[in-house]
Design a protein around this ligand. Structure first.
Ligand code: ZN
Ligand code: ZN
Length: 133
């Protein structure tokens, strides 16, 4: 299921807000070490085309280069993790920052091989050791 309606969201303090207008990918949960460290648990994210998102308060965002190929953005005021970006065409939006209802569903788990040991994945969704390929 994808949500093609306009969707809004933002950080905890409200310094960063965003609107999307295009198709949104369903939610993917990533259990890699970088997502564990930056989120405090694991990351659940949707993804949209860069052309389909407008960000207000982007001066409050700090983009951290979390790997050689990807960067993550958090709010400098409240620390909320908002975005992950690997190329210039798509941007991932951390699902917890979406205003409710999102109309989206969690559909898969990736980087399960790196999952922390203190929780189990008990749903029946597809699980991939790394990327979903
Ligand atoms: Zn904030
Ligand atoms: Zn990850």
């Amino acid at each position: 299921m994808t949500n093609t309606n306009e969707q809004t969201g933002g950080c905890l303090c409200g310094a960063v807000r965003y609107q999307t207008t295009g198709e949104m990918r369903d939610i993917v949960a990533c259990h890699c070490r970088q997502c564990q460290k930056t989120s405090g648990h694991f990351v659940a994210a949707t993804q949209v085309a860069i052309k389909d998102i407008q960000i207000q308060g982007s001066q409050a965002l700090h983009w951290y280069p979390s790997s050689l190929t990807a960067k993550r953005a958090f709010c400098k005021e409240c620390g909320s993790n908002l975005f992950w970006q690997k190329d210039t065409l798509q941007i991932s939006i951390f699902a917890g920052t979406l205003d409710q209802p999102s109309g989206l569903s969690l559909t898969k788990h990736i980087f399960v091989a790196d999952k922390a040991d203190y929780y189990d994945l008990v749903d029946n969704l597809p699980k991939f050791d790394q990327f979903d390929i």
